[in-house]
Design a protein around this ligand. Structure first.
Ligand SMILES: Nc1ncnc2c1ncn2[C@@H]1O[C@H](COP(=O)(O)OP(=O)(O)OP(=O)(O)O)[C@@H](O)[C@H]1O
Ligand SMILES: [Mg+2]
Length: 239
């Protein structure tokens, strides 16, 4: 496990079967994928191809049926075995950015972003400071004191992105993170993900259909009927 690629995301032969018998669905079929620390890769595929299933396995939300996975150098799944504390893994190692923002309605924007930091044991003042820094980078700091219901869809999405990043997790899983954003803000989100990845050696996977951001990926995985294949992207650079 000493080589560099082992410290990002590595999956080998990952399979997921929902149900059993005649109605079984093989949503993932022996998927191999690596994302190096500091790398942002795209994941593209039609509806029902297995994108969400793959992200849920990577995020330790559901167990794969077979295969191996390491995250940040740590063995997570190995053919039926998994690490005992998946909850701690999700809390400490994985940042999720979901399609629907799922903000907590009774906390203001700052506390929505600061909460994962507080839960990780950091002081409230410091956690809020870091939240505001990220909100500033995402151009939504002027709404720091607002409640989620008072935000536009795009603002909610940017707050959700800040929340996913606040713990500087070694792995970020983003499902259509730019869908509700205009092109300027979509590119700002991609820039932040790339900066984060480089600065904190984060491995980032972005599920997307968004034509605006697809040219920014240096590598793209396509998925179809639960099978992935890799394509070199155009790799527009940031910086
Ligand atoms: N809980 C489940 N039980 C049974 N089958 C499921 C379950 N979840 C997903 N599937 C099936 O597994 C396959 C992959 O679904 P998945 O949700 O991963 O697709 P997706 O690529 O995310 O699609 P979309 O772009 O529509 O979100 C589909 O055939 C789907 O019907
Ligand atoms: Mg999906």
């Amino acid at each position: 496990m000493a080589d560099d690629s082992a410290r990002g995301i590595r999956i080998e032969g990952l399979s997921k079967r929902y149900g059993s018998g005649d109605t079984a669905v093989d949503a993932l079929r022996k998927v191999d994928m690596t994302v190096a620390p500091g790398e942002v890769v795209g994941l593209i595929g039609p509806s029902g191809s297995g994108k969400s299933t793959l992200l849920k396995c990577l995020g330790a939300v559901i167990d794969p049926s077979a295969g191996r996975m390491t995250l940040g150098g740590e063995r997570i799944y190995d053919d039926g075995w998994h690490i005992p504390d998946l909850r701690a893994l999700r809390r400490d190692k994985i940042g999720f950015v979901f399609q629907a923002p799922y903000l907590i309605p009774f906390l203001d924007v700052t506390d929505n972003v600061a909460l994962p930091r507080m839960l990780a044991g950091h002081g409230n003042t410091q956690a809020r400071q870091q939240a505001v820094e990220l909100l500033t980078a995402l151009d939504v700091a002027h709404r720091a004191g607002a409640m989620p219901s008072q935000l536009s869809g795009g603002e909610q999405q940017r707050v959700a992105i800040a929340r996913g990043l606040v713990n500087r997790p070694p792995v970020i899983l983003a499902d259509e993170p730019t869908a509700p954003l205009d092109s300027v803000r979509a590119m700002a989100v991609i820039r932040i993900l790339n900066d984060m990845a480089r600065q904190f050696q984060t491995a980032v996977i972005v599920v997307t259909h968004d034509e605006k951001i697809i040219p920014t990926f240096k590598r793209i995985y396509h998925i179809r009927d639960g099978v992935t294949y890799e394509e070199a992207g155009e790799g527009r650079s940031f910086g």
